[in-house]
Design a protein around this ligand. Sequence first.
Ligand code: SF4
Length: 135
Amino acid sequence: MVNRSAFDRVIQAGGFISVNTGGAPDGNAVPVPKTDSDLAMDAAACIGCGACVAVCKNASAMLFVAAKVSHLNLLPQGKVEKDRRVLNMVRQMDAEGFGNCTVTGSCEAVCPKEISLSFIAKMNRDYGVAILKGK
Ligand code: SF4
């Protein structure tokens, strides 16, 4: 049995969009570039299995968190909370005690959903931008 509650808390920290209008807008009403929608779907394929953490010599959860941050940050519906999302999810990841990423690539190699390491680079960029904005 695997305790995945740390993953659940990371998701709770930012894996959502806030809709304050009483209802979710029609997804088809918002145009999304094909490249963005394809990338978002690639990231959304993460099933939160934890194989990436298990194989990592640092017990880093960066691939999982990057996938969860990216699949919302890439879409117009998620961009509104982009900065807050990446900061909160990374903070929660750190609070859970996961290790730091040293880019060994073992996570990508074992991921059953072929989540790319490039999502970690994207998350780092998003995080840097959010920090620079002083969020
Ligand atoms: S191994 Fe892949 S699918 Fe599993 S949690 Fe990590 S990124 Fe997600």
